[in-house]
Structure formats: structure tokens, C-alpha cells
Design a protein around this ligand. Structure first.
Ligand SMILES: [Fe+2]
Ligand SMILES: [Fe+2]
Length: 200
């Protein structure tokens, strides 16, 4: 497999794992009688906002989609759809952040709304990634030359976002931090307990 394809698949798997964890914890929070540790939710939102929204999608737009349009003009409708989903995804992240902040303020109210927002965002993103993997990447494999793949590898091997200057290792550390904060069965963190030490 071309290195750029491996990177894209790996980035999808990492995001997918965080989305699964987010849904699982939002569900736990819904049935929890004690206050959730909101830090893990904020770490997950920070990951979702920093990595796919500011790194992965912009690189797809700028390099992968643009090059495929040059090589395969029949891919235009698919690319237009995926680009529109990137824009929509950015708006959905803002909704999710608002929903989390509100949940934290009004807890124990807001459980259902937060779980619904988390599920909606995750489902949206899983559908998007499936479309890329099943429909777009095979077209790129058929249309790209070795030189195209070398360009993709160069583009996807670095993180280009100048605002946060995060590197892949930082995202790996952040991913590990999420695992360390999240209680079982999502991660390795402590169970949520009330001030008297009673578990959720
Ligand atoms: Fe995408
Ligand atoms: Fe993607």
C-alpha cells in the first residue's frame, strides 16, 4: 500500500477510536448518578477539533481532492460532496462544543442532548470516512501516478497547520492522554465517583 494511503487509513482509525470512546462515555454519562469527569470530554473535543478539522480535512481538500480532480474529472460530484461534508463537519463540531459546555453547566440536566449531539457527530463522520475509503481512495489508486503518490506522501507526512504547530507525536500523546483519562471500558482512567467515594 502507498505510504500516503496508510497514513490516511491510520488517521481515520485514530479518529474513529476517539469517536467510539466519545459515544461510549456520553452513554455512560447519561446513566451515571455521579458527575462525570468533564476533562476527558474536553480532551476528546480538543482532539476532534485540532486533528481532523484543522489537519486531516484541509490536507485532503488541498492535496488529495485537488489532484484527483486533475486526474479524474468524473470524480467531481463525489469530491464536491466530500468537500461540503468537511464544511458541515466544522459546524457540527461547534454544536458539539456548545452542547458539552451546556451539559457541564447544567448537569445533571442535558445528558440526553449531549449524547444525541455526540452520536450525531460520530455517525456523520463515520459515514464520511466510509465514503472516502470505499469511493474516493479506489479512484485515486486507479488514477494516480507514482509521482502523484510521492507528492501525497510528502503532504500527508507533515502537519501543516501553523496556528497550533502540533506534530503527529503530539496527537499521539493527546490520544494516549484521552485513554488515560477515560474510565473503563473506554480507557484506563479512574471510575467516576461522587465526593463520598460512591461509584457511578
Ligand atoms: Fe474527509
Ligand atoms: Fe478523511
Amino acid at each position: 500500500m502507498h505510504k500516503a494511503l496508510s497514513i490516511i487509513h491510520e488517521e481515520h482509525r485514530s479518529l474513529s477510536a476517539v469517536l467510539s470512546g466519545l459515544c461510549e462515555l456520553a452513554h455512560m454519562a447519561r446513566s451515571s448518578k455521579v458527575r462525570p469527569q468533564f476533562e476527558v470530554f474536553h480532551a476528546m473535543l480538543y482532539y476532534i477539533d485540532s486533528f481532523p478539522e484543522r489537519e486531516h480535512h484541509p490536507k485532503e481538500d488541498t492535496f488529495l481532492f485537488a489532484r484527483l480532480l486533475q486526474r479524474d474529472s468524473d470524480a467531481r460530484d463525489l469530491i464536491d460532496t466530500l468537500r461540503a461534508e468537511h464544511v458541515k463537519g466544522a459546524a457540527l463540531v461547534r454544536n458539539l462544543e456548545r452542547s458539552l459546555n451546556e451539559f457541564e453547566l447544567v448537569w445533571p440536566d442535558g445528558k440526553e442532548a449531549f449524547e444525541a449531539a455526540a452520536k450525531a457527530y460520530a455517525q456523520f463522520h463515520w459515514n464520511h470516512m466510509r465514503k472516502e475509503e470505499n469511493d474516493l481512495l479506489p479512484r485515486a489508486e486507479a488514477a494516480f501516478s507514482q509521482a502523484d503518490w510521492r507528492d501525497m506522501e510528502a503532504a500527508f507526512s507533515i502537519n501543516t497547520e501553523p496556528l497550533n504547530d502540533l506534530r503527529h507525536t503530539d496527537f499521539k500523546n493527546l490520544f494516549q492522554r484521552i485513554l488515560n483519562l477515560a474510565p473503563a471500558p473506554v480507557g484506563l482512567g479512574d471510575a467516576w465517583v461522587d465526593p463520598a467515594g460512591k461509584p457511578a
